[in-house]
Design a protein around this ligand. Structure first.
Ligand SMILES: NC(=O)c1ccc[n+]([C@@H]2O[C@H](COP(=O)([O-])OP(=O)(O)OC[C@H]3O[C@@H](n4cnc5c(N)ncnc54)[C@H](O)[C@@H]3O)[C@@H](O)[C@H]2O)c1
Ligand SMILES: [Zn+2]
Length: 335
């Protein structure tokens, strides 16, 4: 399947096809030089498939994990690009999860004031959520994604075969974002998780999520309106992520707990709980409410005494609401 994403700066294709990694060079094209970026948690079997197609290219492999999505590692990547004489006309190809995509994309955005990059996401989270939308970033002093840029890829190649090596915890972590998309705008997508085994529908789920995100991002590239819906579960989720340290829970796990915290409708809450528990995702965070509130007050979406939050009163339809800090805090004491 091929999707086209049209943004103000760039129009680019997203290919979703099993085995496409083996044809990457043919699709990307061999003109100009390429610089490959990956991390050491991505199985060598995938890296070598790409490397074989670009025998002259250097692959920069950085240490995996969120703790390495920082300015120091970014600087190493940029220095390596300089050492390898990467020019303005060359292309960065990133192979890996959201950490590699965010940091490799940001390296491409900064290097020589911006060069082309191709994203090859290899986790469910990066396929579903971070491969399109143009957000690139690194963390600074424990603050997630606090330094970054909007920089659109030239192309995205998604090969669901690469998920065969991904541990189950990471598979469901990314799928939490798919459940979220079902909740905010596609009842049918939510029903797949409710009724069937999601593993039988992986390709279909990835494609549907990309379509949803593509449509929202095209209409609201800079997150001034509708794109905010994608933040469902993320206000509490980001706070849980920060309070419990960047290592205790994965992003999607925090989003799962964050959706449960924010939901007001009992029936919807019960349906979501069932889906999340069946997938093996956590539904309640034990974090200290005071600490969580401290993080929420510093959230980008907070404005002194109120905060903009996403609520779902009907599955498949998210709404943007403004809550007071008291209302927000009350949710944290609710079982
Ligand atoms: N830019 C955006 O719009 C956006 C959206 C959501 C999340 N993010 C970012 O994405 C990051 C999380 O992404 P993630 O969950 O993919 O984490 P990740 O990139 O850390 O990948 C998880 C782990 O799996 C390994 N891995 C990658 N592919 C694999 C494969 N096919 N088989 C086996 N192991 C593999 C990685 O090396 C890593 O150790 C966070 O930093 C988050 O901020 C960005
Ligand atoms: Zn998210």
């Amino acid at each position: 399947m091929k999707l086209t994403v049209r943004t103000k700066d760039r129009t680019y294709p997203v290919y979703i096809e099993r085995g496409i990694l083996t044809r990457a060079a043919e699709i990307i094209g061999r003109s100009g030089h390429v610089f490959l970026i990956s991390d050491d948690g991505v199985p060598v079997q995938w890296q070598s498939i790409l490397q074989k197609q670009y025998p002259q290219a250097h692959m920069h492999i950085f240490p995996h994990g969120e703790e390495n999505k920082n300015m120091t590692v970014l600087q190493d990547i940029l220095a390596d690009m300089l050492d390898h004489h990467v020019s303005r006309n060359d292309t960065v190809i990133v192979l890996g999860g959201g950490v590699a995509g965010d940091m490799g994309g940001f390296a491409a955005a900064c290097y020589m004031r911006g060069i082309r990059y191709v994203n090859i996401p290899t986790t469910t989270l990066s396929m579903i959520d971070s491969s399109i939308g143009g957000k690139t970033a690194v963390d600074l002093h424990g603050h997630k994604n606090s330094v970054g840029a909007f920089w659109q890829p030239d192309m995205v190649l998604i090969d669901p075969d690469t998920l065969s090596t991904l541990p189950k915890r990471h598979v469901v972590n990314g799928l939490a974002e798919a459940v979220k998309e079902g909740m905010i705008c596609d009842e049918k997508l939510f029903a797949v998780f409710e009724k069937d085994d999601y593993m039988d529908h992986l390709d279909e789920i990835i494609c549907r999520c990309l379509e949803i995100k593509r449509d929202i991002v095209e209409r609201d590239e800079r997150e001034s309106g509708e794109r905010k819906l994608l933040n469902f579960g993320h206000t509490f989720g980001h706070a849980y992520e920060s309070v419990s340290g960047l290592h205790a829970y994965l992003h999607g796990e925090c989003v799962a707990m964050g959706m449960m915290t924010v939901l007001a409708d009992e029936e919807i809450r019960a349906r979501l709980r069932k889906v999340l528990e069946r997938m093996g995702l956590p539904v309640r965070c034990q974090a200290d409410p005071q600490e969580v509130m401290r993080m929420i007050r510093t959230d980008k979406k907070a404005d002194h005494d109120t905060i903009s939050l996403i609520q779902v009163h009907q599955i498949g339809k998210g709404t943007i609401e403004t809550w007071t800090m008291e209302e927000t805090e009350r949710k944290l004491h609710y079982e």
